[in-house]
Design a protein around this ligand. Structure first.
Ligand code: RIB
Length: 344
């Protein structure tokens, strides 16, 4: 493989010093136009590409931030990444996207890799199993912002009030007359899953019902396949115990529940109402448009990147803080009917 063209090759071709070439690359405004032209002509003729890794090592300032998400196939994170990348790009930075796949060991591996590459900062939706590793990265000088998880005081995070979100979903189903409810969510190691469940219990209590009115169908992952399996499991419950209102921990799970209920000829919402979470674009486009608790996904990503870059660039205005957005219930066809009386 041919040797990479070096800054020395460019200097020799243009008849200038390597310092002049470095100035043309980094501070072109201080170089005379004629000299700048000769250097740029040599760069083009030789096909020189600056070595960003070497520059970073010298300057100790990466132009990358890391974003570690739980599931890169979940459109929720696509929208979060969009917001983060927009803001990073405006700041002259790029985003390295890592998918932990809800696996703590994989998350750990990516955190190690990002630290080794001395990224400017790390945005992470944590699996919840590596809090000490995140603290160690912070201690060693790389800013970390939790995305979609609420951090303790003195740390940075951008999240949505998931307890309120769970409350909104179940309160809506109660308002539609449902008294046999289900929460389909998991793994409960994820804070989002726990918080949404907590909100659901709060709504039950406010509605005068105890937790026995909410069947919890635990799933292994927040994806469509888990939703399909959960729907089939719900239908094995004795008829008198089967829920007529199902709240799913995210829209992918809700779409899986909708698919399986439809396949098994259970009418939605006539026989069973469904509410999801995130309000991804597929929710409104589903065969039965899905009610969902909307998260401001792009704003989440943008706000998290803003916090991170503010700290990474040493802004005097930076204070560690936890930004919390409010969710919003979007009612669509999948939960738009009141429970049919005598349907039991
Ligand atoms: O990644 C799991 C879920 O957590 C996403 O769908 C979104 O709801 C996030 O909060």
């Amino acid at each position: 493989m041919a040797r990479a063209v070096s800054i020395k090759d460019v200097a020799s071709r243009a008849g200038v010093s390597t310092a002049t070439v470095s100035n043309v690359l980094n501070r072109p405004d201080i170089v005379a136009a004629a000299t700048r032209g000769r250097v740029n002509a040599a760069i083009t003729a030789l096909g020189f590409v600056r070595n960003e890794s070497a520059r970073q090592l010298r300057a100790g300032r990466s132009r990358f931030i890391g974003l570690v998400v739980l599931d890169v196939t979940n459109p929720f994170f696509t929208d979060v990444a969009r917001g983060a990348e927009d803001l990073a790009s405006e700041s002259g930075l790029a985003v390295i996207l890592c998918n932990s796949d809800e696996q703590p060991t994989r998350e750990r591996r990516y955190l190690d890799l990002l630290e080794e590459h001395r990224v400017r900062g790390i945005l992470v939706t944590p699996t919840g199993d590596n809090p000490e590793r995140l603290e160690e990265i912070r201690r060693r000088g790389i800013p970390v912002v939790l995305v979609d998880r609420h951090a303790p005081r003195g740390r940075c995070s951008v999240s949505v009030d998931d307890v309120l979100g769970g409350n909104l979903a179940i309160a809506h189903l109660l308002d539609m007359g449902h008294v046999r409810l289900a929460y389909v969510g998991g793994p409960f190691t994820l804070g989002q899953v726990r918080d949404r469940h907590e909100g659901a219990l709060q709504a039950l209590k406010h509605g005068g019902l105890d937790s026995s009115a909410l069947h919890v169908e635990k799933i292994a992952g927040l994806n469509v396949a888990s939703g399909q399996e959960a729907a089939a499991a719900l239908l094995t419950l004795p008829v008198g115990q089967r829920p007529t209102g199902v709240f799913c921990a995210n829209d992918l799970v809700a779409l899986g529940v909708l698919q399986e209920l439809t396949r098994l000829r259970v009418a939605v919402p006539e026989d069973c109402a469904i509410v999801g979470y995130d309000d991804i674009d597929f929710a409104a486009a589903a065969a039965v448009p899905l009610s969902s608790v909307r998260q401001p996904r792009v704003q989440l990503g943008r706000a998290a990147a803003e916090l991170l870059i503010e700290e990474a660039t040493g802004s005097p205005n930076h204070t560690h803080r936890q930004v919390v957005f409010e969710p919003e219930l979007v009612v669509r066809q999948s939960s738009s009917m009141t429970r049919r009386t005598g349907a039991d």
